[in-house]
Ligand binder design. Structure first.
Ligand code: UD1
Ligand code: CA
Length: 493
């Protein structure tokens, strides 16, 4: 359900913090869960509100964060925080940065964090609706925690009105006992915010400019301040280290898998199934345990994927079966069958009802409808027509040591096992080949290709050259048996 609320004038996403507890060369907000960095989740949610302006405030590793953000959303305004520390300063530079683009920002400004990836657009809509309907100057999103720890505490008067937010480090014993905490997500009136920020000082336990001080200042000025208390604490939970990152990843995955199940997808074991937010799955798909679906993967209805399968940017057609497979940038046709134990590399296109079987690797391979590579083969840089069969243990020898070459196989061909196709080579429609053929020359339509020298048997070779071995003894026994039975045959005659 989406509430009918007006779009905010601006959203300011804070992402300037150092995130030292990640112990990473990668900026904290760039660590991914469910296929997107934390800051991409935050910006995507903000963007869904369709704000007139969207700013991301950066400082720590600013170049990396800025170019990452602009990569996925080029409309974001990147604003640099200066050396004055604190969330209040971050919001201030964000707001002034947007003001500097043209007219001063008026109306509702939403503030969120770049490291809080589970926040829902729906919740921000509720926050904006609550803020605007209540004619508040400041509305803070809160939740209740049994162990409020280092979170800012929400101070209410006897009437239950929010009068201040106190940081744990600045709080009294009595205030520390408060279990309603500040999520760090707010809706502000732009004019009140801009004015109050000029009066926020760094006179506190951490020597930082706190955004939280804006609430008390606004209230003293006679404005309405309030809090929207939400149930699901995970929505406002941030990741400060990799333990929390994994917890948030699991929570988000749970949300994603439940969403698909509600839409009619069977997920046998949601805990061992990991699905990126970007993946789309039609109803009546079955996902078996140990399956990982990433990027722009799409699974059409009736398909069965897994167990133990990892697909990245793969399209799976209706009713296809994909078992114990690793695949990326590939297309699998309707009713096709892949695996078990297949490796589909980029550029693999398998036609409807086609088959890429067991221990088969493919790359830049177009395999037509109904065509099969059932066992133990490598198909790189090849186009195969329809209803053709490539025998077991065949290799499309695409590399001459310097260059890669492409081969073309026609439709309705029946190629033998253990064939080597030395590219570039073309096989015409309806051709056959013998087992062990090395195809170096084009095969015309309807021809049988064979390269085998005739087989020669050197009788008694093992008995004479390997006397005393188990093989020689076995051979001798077999030959003796043969002569006894042929004697009997001749007796009868
Ligand atoms: C802040 C709140 C606290 C709240 C908590 C929720 C203040 C003073 N305190 O705590 O009440 O319970 O969030 O998580 O606001 N950031 C900047 N620039 C800075 C400092 C921080 O952009 O100078 C960003 C960080 O990147 C992060 C967010 O602001 O995304 C919060 O920073 P953090 O240091 O975790 O919050 P606290 O100040 O501890
Ligand atoms: Ca934090």
């Amino acid at each position: 359900m989406t509430e009918a609320v007006s779009a905010p004038s601006a959203v300011i996403v804070l992402a300037a913090g150092a995130g030292t507890r990640m112990k990473s060369d990668t900026p904290k907000v760039m660590h991914p869960i469910a296929g997107r960095s934390m800051v991409q989740h935050a910006v995507a949610v903000a963007r869904e509100l369709a704000p007139a302006q969207l700013a991301v405030v950066v400082r720590h590793q600013r170049d990396k964060v800025a170019s990452h953000v602009l990569d996925f959303d080029s409309q974001v305004t990147i604003v640099d925080q200066d050396e004055i520390p604190g969330t209040g300063r971050a919001v201030e530079v964000g707001l002034l940065g947007l003001d500097a683009l043209g007219q001063q920002v008026q109306g509702t400004v939403v503030v969120t964090y770049g490291d809080v990836p589970l926040l829902k657009t729906e919740t921000l809509r509720k926050l904006i609706a609550f803020h605007e309907e209540g004619k508040n100057a400041v509305t803070v999103l809160t939740t209740h925690l049994d162990q409020p720890g280092s979170y800012g505490r929400i101070v209410r008067n006897e009437a239950g009105e929010v009068t201040a937010i106190v940081e744990a480090k600045d709080a009294s014993e009595e205030q520390l006992a408060i279990t309603e905490i500040n999520s760090g997500i707010y809706a502000f009136d732009a004019t009140v915010l801009r004015d109050a920020l000029t009066r926020v000082t760094t006179d506190n336990a951490q020597g930082e400019k706190y955004i939280t001080d804006v609430l008390a200042i606004a209230r003293e000025d006679g404005y309405r301040t309030s809090a929207l208390d939400i149930e699901d604490r995970w929505e406002v939970e941030g990741a400060n280290d990799r333990v929390q990152l994994a917890q948030l990843g699991r929570k988000l995955n749970q949300r994603i898998t439940e969403g698909h199940m509600v839409n009619g997808v069977t997920i046998v074991d949601p805990e061992s199934t990991w699905i990126d937010v970007t993946v789309t799955i039609e109803n009546d798909v079955t996902i078996l345990p140990g399956t990982y679906l990433h990027g722009n993967t799409h699974i059409a209805s009736g398909a069965v994927v897994g167990p133990d399968t990892s697909l990245t940017n793969v399209t799976v057609g209706q009713g296809a079966k994909v078992s114990r497979t690793e695949g990326s940038d590939a297309q699998i046709g309707a009713g096709a069958s892949v695996g078990p134990f297949a490796y589909l590399r980029p550029g693999t296109v398998l036609g409807d009802k086609g088959k890429i079987g067991t221990f088969v690797e493919t790359k830049n391979a177009q395999i037509g409808a109904g065509s099969k590579l059932p066992h133990l083969s490598y198909a790189g840089d090849v186009t195969i027509g329809e209803n053709s069969n490539i025998g077991a243990a065949s290799v499309f020898v695409n590399y001459d040591g310097v260059n890669k070459h492409r081969s073309t196989i026609g439709s309705n061909v029946r190629m033998g096992s253990d064939n080597m196709y030395v590219a570039p080579v073309t096989v015409g429609d309806g051709a056959y080949s013998g087992a062990g053929t090395i195809i170096r020359k084009d095969v015309p339509a309807g021809a049988l290709a064979i390269t085998q020298a005739p087989q020669r048997n050197i009788e008694r070779w093992v008995i004479e050259n390997r006397a005393g071995t188990e093989a020689a003894e076995a051979a001798q026994a077999a030959l003796a048996q043969d002569s006894v039975s042929s004697d009997k045959e001749s007796d009868k005659q």
